[in-house]
Design a protein around this ligand. Structure first.
Ligand SMILES: Cc1cc2nc3c(=O)[nH]c(=O)nc-3n(C[C@H](O)[C@H](O)[C@H](O)COP(=O)(O)OP(=O)(O)OC[C@H]3O[C@@H](n4cnc5c(N)ncnc54)[C@H](O)[C@@H]3O)c2cc1C
Length: 413
């Protein structure tokens, strides 16, 4: 095996200490020892967000979904507790909110996406009160469970904004786990559930849709396609949706609720577009296979902020981490970037307590099952993966550079 220590010392800068940022640093450290690595990350806490769905269903302890950032940052990494506000790719430095300029030889952009709660009028004023909640927020997932547990009857709305969003299945996972509980408690007959989604399909990959629709029917949830939440009046408990009518005009439809589960619209961090790094929609513009920036070869990007057309999940980041680490080694050795990402992402749809439909797919919706089992059907083993194995593996595997089942595709010309 070639020694990694003969690479001339270089400065690597990583923006974002979330799942993708910490994961990629751990995988790079494993391969290259003498790289000087700086992480820019403003938060004191690191979150494992997939478990918030389970917290909202009363099935996971919220305190097990976060750890101090310092604890998850690999050794010998300089942590700058600040936010990047601008990148200058031509001069190879970034500027932070506190006015510091930090130069780099290589840059990895892994800053996640922005949750735009502010895009829904009246929402921020009422979140966490008046029956308005969201599993997309650490502070609110427990409130979801409180509402679910206490609701005996009434009207409940689960919303899904326009794509792309992180974990496209999470809005409906909240619905399934809530309905399953109400059914077990024999309350579902007194509760009317609406699933209001901005799009026209329950799920983007057709193979999974029949199973999901069967569950929506089992829970007697009414599906409202093309309903985009634009306003919430928490005091009056009214949700307003923009809906395109038959004449192709925009109507507003107001629905009263007792409980409202909101998923906010999502967007790339603004500094990406302002730094000439964005594609036409503002996502960090990388080659979808090598994850190298299309215009700036010393920059890579992965995780929710990058432009690759995959499902934005930790499952995707887990594979992207390996590709970026390998291609960084390739570039340092002036070799071809032959490590390729196949678009893998996965979404464990928690359709009932103890059962998951495990959607695993790559580019062009190609099914990419990890195991030789038909996981398009609800299964107990997939539940075990989601609720037990993956949270454990996240903290002690992915964040420490263990790359089980994350092998990249090596592609030679
Ligand atoms: C409710 C819910 C359920 C989910 N379920 C699943 C699931 O079942 N399976 C799955 O695989 N995935 C799931 N996900 C998605 C998954 O959590 C994300 O896709 C994943 O965390 C993305 O990692 P990331 O590093 O790109 O972003 P994040 O983990 O969000 O981290 C981004 C980091 O960048 C930092 N940052 C932001 N801006 C700047 C800046 N300007 N300068 C410096 N740092 C910055 C942030 O502080 C943050 O720490 C779920 C997410 C949610 C919310």
């Amino acid at each position: 095996m070639t020694s990694r220590n003969n690479i001339p010392s270089q400065r690597l800068l990583v923006i974002g200490g979330g799942s993708a940022g910490i994961g990629v640093i751990a995988s790079i450290r494993k391969r290259i020892k003498n790289l000087s690595i700086t992480l820019i990350e403003p938060r004191q806490q690191h979150f494992y967000q997939p478990a918030w769905t389970l917290v909202g269903g009363g099935l996971f302890d919220i305190e097990k979904t976060h750890r101090p950032m310092q604890q998850v940052i690999p050794k010998d990494v300089t942590w700058v507790k600040d936010s990047v506000i601008q990148v200058s790719p031509s001069e190879q430095f970034v500027e932070t909110a506190s006015g510091e300029r930090i130069s780099y030889d290589y840059l990895i952009v892994a800053c996640g996406l922005m949750l735009r709660w502010d895009k829904i009028a009246g929402l921020e004023e009422t979140l966490g009160r008046n029956g308005v909640t969201s599993n997309y927020h650490f502070d609110l997932a427990s409130y979801t469970w409180e509402l679910v547990k206490n609701l005996k009857q009434g009207k409940v709305i689960f919303c899904q904004p326009p794509m792309p969003i992180k974990c496209a299945g999470a809005p409906q996972k909240a619905l399934y786990l809530s309905c399953d509980y109400w059914q077990q408690q024999e309350r579902l007959n007194n509760i009317n559930v609406d699933f209001c989604l901005a799009g026209q399909a329950v799920f983007g990959v057709p193979e999974f849709v029949p199973h999901l629709k069967a569950y929506l029917a089992k829970y007697r949830a009414k599906i409202n396609y093309g309903y985009n939440l634009i306003r919430v009046d928490g005091e009056q408990k009214l949700a307003t949706f923009a809906v395109i009518n038959k004449d192709n005009e925009m109507d507003e439809i107001v629905i009263p609720f007792d409980m409202l589960h909101v998923v906010p619209p999502q967007a790339p961090p603004i500094f990406i577009a302002n730094s000439e790094l964005g594609d036409e929609n503002g996502w960090c513009d990388v080659d979808k296979f090598t994850l190298q920036h299309k215009r700036w070869p010393t920059i890579f990007s992965l995780g929710d902020c990058c432009s690759t057309p995959n499902s934005k999940t930790i499952a995707a980041a887990r594979k992207q981490v390996v590709v970026v680490a390998e291609n960084l080694v390739n570039i340092l050795y002036q070799k071809e970037l032959n490590s390729h990402y196949d678009g893998y992402g996965s979404c464990p749809l928690t359709v009932e307590r103890g059962k998951v439909v495990l959607a695993e797919f790559g580019y062009d919706n190609k099914l990419l099952p990890t195991f030789p089992l038909d996981l398009t059907r609800p299964s107990r083993i997939a539940w075990w993966l989601k609720a037990w194995f993956l949270p454990h593996f996240y903290w002690s595997g992915m964040l420490r550079g263990i790359e089980w089942l994350a092998k990249s595709k090596v592609h030679s010309k």
